[in-house]
Unconditional design. Structure first.
Lengths: 353, 463
């Protein structure tokens, strides 16, 4: 029995130490996500609503504008942005659950960008800390279930499952997280001032204020190379919008995690409102989800005919993102549309003491 | 499959468990042979045939050598082995290099040349297992080793997965006798081997992989960096290559040990050597001794006068450089080290250096310069890099942050010195077994957060 006891002691010490490290991982620094969540959780007044999604949400919805317009329309809310560039379905879900837990029962609305709930890693850096961070046991189980239920070939599914399981193991042990601990605990490499300021101002940072020089280069490229073609892109989107919604666009694999997310929001006493930022392509699967009764409220901004002001070329930072002025107009449009739907009874009005 | 990957841990747990659950040495060897072929096949299954071909060739050459005492037939058998092994190495590794170099030479004297290159992918570990199998036929030819008639034994010796792709270059005379004895699962010193594996993991995943981005930046465009950055880049490159390769060797020795086989020591704290002669005796020992026994000594070694010794040294180190890769930078690396070794044979200054702390500095700078040749993409870049070292400016605004790299280097040197001087080893040795188990488990868990995010293949895989 001595060798067995020895192995058990070794494995036990490893498991306990790894669990202590893995259980205390700091939130990722990308787009000040950790700092924004901490602010969101600790703000003494609390927030009534939260925006979640990818860069289209992060760069498009300015809580200062939304809150002011909603107050003017008689529907005062305090909103906060917890979106981040590249944030996809399962990561959104992970942040959402943290927000629901941190909201202390005060959250009334969750404005969440719907996404296709794919377990694919083609567009991901699977070695990044952020990708690793959302691989909690719950999220990993959800993504593995989704992958296994997909129509992909068995070998491809198994490879994908292995990738997620491997990353989940890395997360459980805090693999490669020392740098993040150093930054969180000892303040190494502090966030740029613009990002620090955005934490206290609703979590929104316009692309005009982004300190990363890559963003300025991207805008310059858009103006030089893509701006002349942009009206044509918008016209194509308008034509595509005229086509009827194809029921086959619905991805049934997405039902399970989607329904689970909606249930979690409702269980916290909040109302889910699905929002789609003004991209240049439209995913008709979201409308199919509305028809199937799985999404109650969908506010689509991928409609240039209805919101021409946010498709004006001069309000675009690049093809998919808005300038600060574009974000202001989108935020106004959102606040007005949301208030209209609440007043029309299409969205339940939730009151809090 | 890389030693630092989760896939390897799972693979090894299965290989280890089945190995010790099987009864009898024969069944275990067969199992490890299958596991080794799976391990290699996971890299690229097509090259399994090449390794199998090399195995069959040398096995048959061994039998041939054992069946005749006629010197002519014996020479022929050895020649077949040499041509077969070195031929495949030349085809896969050197063909394009020599063809392109010859074409460049022809063009330089004014003629047209349009070389036909093959563009073959280099099979992982070909330089290592080729040298291993050659050691067998040469030793049998010299009658220093008995012929192996068991094909499984021989195939297992060639393909044993811990050392297959990046050494140590195991001699048949060291390994084959181990296959004769029967060991039990209780024999290996697991705690010491786990500690060795941990040390290798830390060297590779924590030190080498974390230094890699800085080294890549410094060597990518050396003309854009200040002198201080280039000096740090040079030293970081030295430590990166050392940790990458010795880390692999440590993990290979540890995994082989846990399966009941011992592999030779490949690195003996070379960064604390005080001369290049001492350094080369402690760096990639299995390659150094291979060249010594199968090339340097047959050429006459140091027995035929000083002039011939110098020629032999230079020839051996030029070939040693070429062994690393089909690039002029590797040949320059080998030639430079060879020249340093020749210089150290002149006068008594090497003895003085070895007694002085200045020897450490000399070793670091001299090997650092060698690493510039080793790491640079071409000779022109290497010369630009070396020229940049003369700048007095510490850093420029375009440089990456220096302090994380300096901190990593300092932490490594401190930790490595502690191991070199065996500080606290006696104390740990006296600890009760249960506390060693707990410490080891916790140490593994504590090492993981310091690992670099990205898996980087071992540098020596490309050789």
């Amino acid at each position: 029995l001595r060798p067995v006891a020895s192995v058990l002691r070794f494995v036990g010490a490893f498991a306990v130490s790894a669990a202590v490290i893995g259980g205390n991982l700091p939130w990722p620094r990308d787009a000040a996500l950790g700092a924004r969540l901490a602010h969101f959780a600790e703000d003494p007044q609390g927030y009534d609503a939260v925006f979640l999604g990818a860069s289209g949400v992060y760069r498009g919805f300015d809580p200062a504008v939304v809150d002011a317009e909603l107050a003017r329309l008689g529907l005062p809310l305090r909103t906060y942005v917890l979106a981040a560039p590249g944030m996809q379905s399962f990561e959104v879900d992970n942040v959402l659950r943290a927000a629901l837990a941190a909201g202390g029962g005060r959250l009334r609305y969750v404005f969440v960008e719907p996404s296709p709930w794919l377990g694919s890693t083609e567009l991901e850096n699977t070695n990044s800390y952020r990708f690793m961070f959302w691989h909690t046991p719950r999220a990993t189980a959800a993504v593995v279930r989704t992958v296994l239920a997909s129509d992909a070939p068995l070998l491809a599914k198994l490879q994908l499952v292995w990738t997620h399981v491997r990353v989940a193991c890395r997360r459980a042990a805090g693999f490669g997280s020392a740098g993040e601990f150093g930054r969180a605990w000892f303040g190494f490499e502090p966030l740029p001032t613009e990002l620090q300021d955005s934490v206290a101002t609703g979590g929104f940072l316009s692309l005009d204020d982004e300190p990363d020089p890559v963003m300025a280069e991207r805008h310059a490229t858009f103006l030089a190379e893509h701006a002349p073609d942009f009206p044509g892109l918008v016209a194509a989107l308008e034509r595509a919008n005229l086509r009827p919604v194809d029921a086959n666009a619905l991805d049934t694999n997405a039902f399970l995690p989607h329904d689970d997310q909606v249930r979690a929001i409702e269980a916290a006493g909040a109302v889910p409102v699905h929002i789609v930022p003004p991209y240049t392509t439209r995913n008709r699967a979201f409308e199919a989800l509305v028809k199937a009764g799985r999404i109650d409220t969908l506010i689509e901004f991928t409609d240039p005919a209805r919101w021409p002001q946010i498709y004006a070329t001069e309000r675009r930072h690049d093809r998919q993102h808005l300038t600060e002025e574009g974000a202001r107009l989108l935020s106004l449009a959102f606040a007005r549309e949301f208030a209209r739907r609440v007043k029309a009874g299409e969205i339940a009005e939730v009151s809090r003491p | 499959v890389i030693f630092t990957e989760l896939r390897f841990v799972l693979f090894f747990v299965v290989a280890f468990s089945v190995h010790w659950l099987l009864r009898g040495a024969s069944a275990r060897k067969r199992w490890l042979l299958v596991a080794s072929y799976c391990f290699y096949g996971a890299w690229d299954w097509r090259f399994l045939f090449l390794m199998a071909g090399s195995t069959v060739l040398d096995y048959l050459c061994g039998l041939w050598l054992g069946s005749t005492d006629d010197p002519r037939w014996r020479r022929l058998a050895l020649s077949v082995s040499l041509v077969g092994n070195l031929g495949s190495l030349a085809l896969f590794k050197y063909y394009d290099f020599f063809v392109e170099s010859a074409a460049a030479l022809v063009r330089s004297i004014g003629f047209e040349a349009s070389p036909h290159t093959l563009g073959l992918v280099l099979p992982a570990g070909i330089s290592f297992y080729t040298f291993q199998t050659l050691s067998y036929t040469i030793d049998v030819y010299r009658r220093q080793l008995a012929v192996t008639r068991d094909f499984v034994d021989f195939a297992f010796f060639v393909s044993f997965f811990p050392q297959l792709v990046a050494g140590p270059i195991v001699r048949a005379s060291d390994f084959l006798p181990q296959l004769e004895r029967t060991s039990t699962w209780r024999d290996p010193a697991y705690r010491a081997l786990l500690f060795l594996f941990l040390a290798g993991f830390v060297k590779k995943a924590v030190i080498a992989d974390n230094l890699a981005p800085f080294v890549d930046t410094a060597f990518e465009a050396p003309s854009e960096h200040a002198g201080g950055t280039l000096w740090l880049g040079m030293l970081a490159c030295y430590v990166q290559v050392y940790c990458d390769f010795s880390g692999y060797s440590d993990m290979a020795i540890a995994t082989a040990g846990m399966l009941g086989y011992s592999l030779c020591l490949n690195f003996d704290f070379p960064i604390f050597a005080r001369s290049i002669t001492a350094f080369w005796g402690r760096w990639h020992v299995s390659l150094g001794t291979w060249f010594r026994d199968y090339l340097y000594i047959p050429l006459g070694g140091s027995r035929k006068g000083e002039r011939r010794t110098r020629i032999n040294l230079l020839a051996v180190f030029l070939l040693c450089g070429l062994w690393h890769g089909a690039e002029w930078t590797f040949i320059a690396f080998g030639g430079y080290v060879g020249v340093l070794l020749i210089l150290e044979r002149m006068g008594t200054w090497r003895t003085w250096m070895e007694r002085s702390p200045l020897g450490l500095l000399y070793n670091w700078v001299a090997i650092g310069v060698a690493m510039v040749f080793f790491r640079s993409s071409d000779l022109a870049s290497a010369l630009v890099y070396l020229g940049g070292l003369t700048q007095t400016q510490l850093s420029s605004p375009a440089d990456p942050l220096l302090w994380p790299t300096a901190l990593t280097l300092a932490a490594f040197l401190f930790g490595h010195f502690v191991c070199y001087r065996r500080v606290l080893f006696a104390f740990v040795e006296r600890l009760p077994g249960w506390s060693k188990d707990l410490l080891l488990g916790a140490a593994f868990a504590l090492a993981l957060p310091f690992a670099a995010h990205d898996y980087a293949p071992f540098i020596y895989f490309q050789f």
